[in-house]
Design a protein around this ligand. Sequence first.
Ligand code: ATP
Ligand code: MG
Length: 464
Amino acid sequence: MIRRLVQRVQDRVQTLLARKPRSRRTPKRIPVSEHGIDRALVSRAALRTCETLQAAGFRAYIVGGAVRDLLLGIAPKDFDVATDATPEQIKSHFRRAIIIGRRFRLVHVMFGAETIETSTFRALGTGERDTDEHGRVLADNTFGEQHEDAARRDFTVNAMYYDPAREEVIDYHDGVRDVRRRRLRIIGDPEARYREDPVRMLRAVRFAAKLGFEIDPDTREPIGRLATLIENVPPARLFDEMLKLLTSGHAVGCIERLRAEGLHHGLLPMLDVILDQPQGERFVMLALSRTDERVRAGKHIAPGFLFATLLWNEVLTQWNARVGAGEHRLPALDQAIDRVLEVQTEKLAIQRRYSADMREIWMMQPRFERQHGQAPMRLLEHLRLRAGYDFLMLRCDCGETPGELGQWWTQFLQADDETRGKMTQQRPEAGSGTRKRRRSGRRKAAPGGATGAATEKGDHDRKQ
Ligand code: ATP
Ligand code: MG
C-alpha cells in the first residue's frame, strides 16, 4: 500500500519535471530533388482533398505514416491530411464528409471506397492538460499551429508534412534524416512521452519491426522500466493497437523484438501467459507466421480467428482441467471458453462479434473428431466451417492433434457425395486414430453445449 503510494508520488514528480516536447518553429523545406517522392504513389483522393482545401485558401498537407512510407518508396495503405481549416470548414468543401470524434473532432472525407482522415492542426498541451496520476493525457483537444501539431506526434518519421502541389516535404524534427538512417526516434523527452500515452511503447516496437528500423537508444531505454503503464490504457484502445501490431504483416518480428527488449511481459497482456508455455508458443508463432504471410499476400485477416489462435492454449488448459475433474467434454469446453473470454474481454475489450467467432471456432473442434454417421455431414452445413477447419489444420501442423485427423477432413471436404458416404461409414478409429478408447456410449449434449452436438464423457485423452 505504502509502496504504491510512494510510486504514485514518484510518478507524479517525474511527470512534472519531465521536459515538454520542444516545438521547433522553423521547419526544413525539402524539395523533390532531395526527397524524391513519387507523386504517382499518392492516392487521387488524398490529392483532391489537399487541392480542394488549398483552393479555398487553407493550408493542407498529407501527414504522418503516409509521408514516411512515400519516402521509403512504399505505397501507403491509407492517407491522413492535416490542415488549418476547422472541422466545419473542411466539411463544407466536400460533397461526402462527416465530422467524427468527441474528444477531438476530425473529418472523414469520402471518395468512393476511400476515406481521407482530415484533421485540424492540434495544439501542444498548455501545461494544465488533464493527466492521470501516471502522466497519461486524458483530454487534449485544442486547435493549434502546424509546428505544435508536429511536436505532439509520436516519432520524428511520423511528423512530416507533404505538400503535393509544391512537392515539398515540411520537416520540423529531422524526420527525413531519420528515415534515411532508418532510425526510430521519439519527439521530445522519451519518458514523458510514454507517460502521456503508454501505447507509444507498443507503436515503437511495431514500427521498428515493420520498417526494419533501429530504435534509437534514448527512445528505447525507458520502455523496459515503464512497460507496466500499459495497464492503465483503456482496453478498447489497447485492442486496436494490438490488432494493428498483429496484422502488420510483421507480427512474428514484433514478438521477437518485444522479447529482445524483455517486453513480452506486461506489454501484451495475453501473450504474457502464452509465450511462457512451449506448446502455446509453438502454436501462436505458427499462427502468426501464417497471418504474416496472408497480410503480405494482401489477403483478409479475420480478427476472430487470430484471437482464437492466441487464446487457444488458455482454453485448452482449462478444458483439460475440467474434463480431468469429471465434467462432460462439451459443457467443459463451453465453460472453459466462458472463463477465458470473461478475463480477456475485460483486459482487451475484444468486441462481441469477434468473441462470437472465437467461440464458434473453438466449439467446432471436438466436432471434427466425429468422423462417422451423420455428424460430419451436419458439420458441412456450419457457416464457419472454413475457419474451424483452418484452425484444426493449424493444430495438426504444430502437433497438438494427430495429423491424420486433418488429412481425413481435407479429403472429406474435397470428396464427392459418394466418397463422403463411404468415408463416414468406416469406424472412426480407422479414419483418424484420435479416439483410442471409447469409455461410454453417446449421450445427449448437456445444457450449455453450444453446438448442440452429442457428447461423450471423460475421453479427452489426447496429449496437449
Ligand atoms: P500505419 O502505417 O500503421 O497506419 P501511421 O504512422 O499512419 O502508421 P496511425 O496510427 O495511422 O499510424 O497514426 C497516424 C499519425 O498520427 C502517426 O503517423 C502520428 O503522426 C500520429 N499518431 C498516432 N498515434 C499517436 C500517438 N499515440 N501519439 C502521438 N502521435 C500519434
Ligand atoms: Mg495510418
